[in-house]
Design a protein around this ligand. Structure first.
Ligand SMILES: [Ca+2]
Ligand SMILES: [Ca+2]
Ligand SMILES: [Ca+2]
Length: 195
């Protein structure tokens, strides 16, 4: 949270660090970037990208290894809308966090190509459900529902018809109930002979 706090301070102009290097657009002479060296060691720790005098996004190196590991995005009012991260800590932005009150959504490009194929939904820090695009065709096709951190249901769109046609329900005693919904009306029925 250190960087976020620093960013907020910078945004509000309460505390101006000394080592700030501005970059201007050579044509318009508009300020487009501010590079901050918070620890005064000659390396940039935070880059804030500006548009029309306001910060629009930030790139940060929070662990001082010269590799960007935090990306922040702001709306018109300067509020943080999205937080980017790198799961491998190699400078490749591959996951994004959105917060709305107690709710958090995490979007992940598991192949690290910018295409989101997994979403995780949390409330008050607890994972409630996930969505996955297992064949990466742009359509989510597997959904997991959790109860207190335990997987309770798995819904699958095996047939790629745009909705789940199979549902597996995991009981606490280890049994699995398999149900099907071929016509996609949301009404699942036990598959004959499978329990
Ligand atoms: Ca530095
Ligand atoms: Ca870093
Ligand atoms: Ca898919």
């Amino acid at each position: 949270m250190r960087l976020l706090l620093l960013t907020m301070l910078v945004s509000w102009g309460c505390s101006a660090p000394r080592d700030v290097t501005p970059t201007y657009d050579p044509k318009t002479h508009e300020l487009v970037r501010l590079d901050y060296d918070y620890d005064h060691n000659g390396t940039t720790d935070v880059r804030t990208f500006m548009a029309h005098g306001k910060p629009v996004r930030l790139e940060g190196d929070t662990n001082q290894d010269l590799v960007i590991d935090r990306w922040e995005y702001y709306d018109e009012s300067g509020a943080l809308t999205k937080l980017g991260a790198s799961t491998a800590n190699d400078g490749v932005e591959d996951s994004w966090i959105y917060k709305d009150g107690q709710d958090t959504r995490v979007e992940v490009a598991t192949q690290r190509d910018g295409r989101i194929d997994r979403r995780e939904f949390y409330t008050a820090g607890e994972l409630l459900r996930t969505e996955r695009d297992t064949d990466r065709d742009g359509q989510m096709d597997a959904w997991e529902l959790f109860d207190h951190g335990v997987l309770r249901q798995l819904l699958l769109d095996d047939a790629h018809v745009g909705h789940a046609t199979r549902r597996l329900t995991y009981d606490a005693d280890g049994t699995v109930l398999l149900e099907i919904d071929p016509d996609g009306d949301g009404h699942f029925t036990p598959e004959a002979g499978v329990r």
